[in-house]
Each structure stands twice: as C-alpha cells, then as structure tokens.
Design a protein. Structure first.
Length: 118
C-alpha cells in the first residue's frame, strides 16, 4: 500500500502559477506510477517513478509539468498559465501501471483545493 499526502493548493488569479506536491511513502511506491487527477476522475498527468516517463491530458499539455524527486520521495505538478476552468480538488494517486483511467489507481491522497479566479 502506498501512502500519499498532497500539499500546495490555494487561490491564484488567472494566468498565475501553483506547484502541487505529493509526498509518497510505503513499501511499494518505488514500483508505482504516480498520477494527478482532479475531481477524482479527470486525468491530468502521470509519471513513472522509475523511468520518469510522463503523460498529460490534452487540456493541460504545455501548461502543466509533472516531475519527481527520488531523494525526497515526492511528485510535483507545476501548473502555469492557470485558467478558471482549472479550478478543482486535485488528487495524487498511485497505480501499478501508467494509466489515464482513475479506476487503475488504488491509492489516493486526501486532495488539495486549487481555485483560479478570473
């Protein structure tokens, strides 16, 4: 089982930036793929912990960047050029496969609110 704790949400104006963090722990997370979702089901981005391979939803491609720091056991989501439609609760999740389907993820964090004002 992987334990995940998100942080970094908040209120920002349109065009601004935020960086979300997801601290991972547990016996198997090093073999996991870590993903970000919003409103639990909408895929945002994912990264393979071992290879660093990434995948993005079309709606965020070019604006958001997912990365990992293996020394800190943390995954980040850098969000730039934020839009009001990016407003949501963002969740970090872990899966055994690199997937865009929330149903493939079996460990979830508690979520962090991101609000983008117009």
């Amino acid at each position: 089982q992987v334990q995940l704790v998100e942080s970094g949400g908040g209120l920002v104006q349109a065009g601004g930036s935020l960086r979300l963090s997801c601290a991972a722990s547990g016996r198997t997370f090093s073999r996991s793929r870590l993903g970000w979702f919003r409103q639990e089901r909408e895929f945002v981005a994912a990264i393979s912990w071992n290879s660093g391979r990434t995948y993005y939803a079309d709606s965020v491609k070019g604006r958001f960047t997912i990365s990992r720091d293996t020394a800190k056991n943390t995954v980040y989501l850098q969000m730039n050029s934020l839009k009001p439609e990016d407003t949501a609760v963002y969740y970090c999740a872990a899966s055994s496969r690199l997937s865009i389907d929330y149903r493939d993820y079996d460990s979830w964090g508690q979520g962090t609110q991101v609000t983008v004002s117009s």
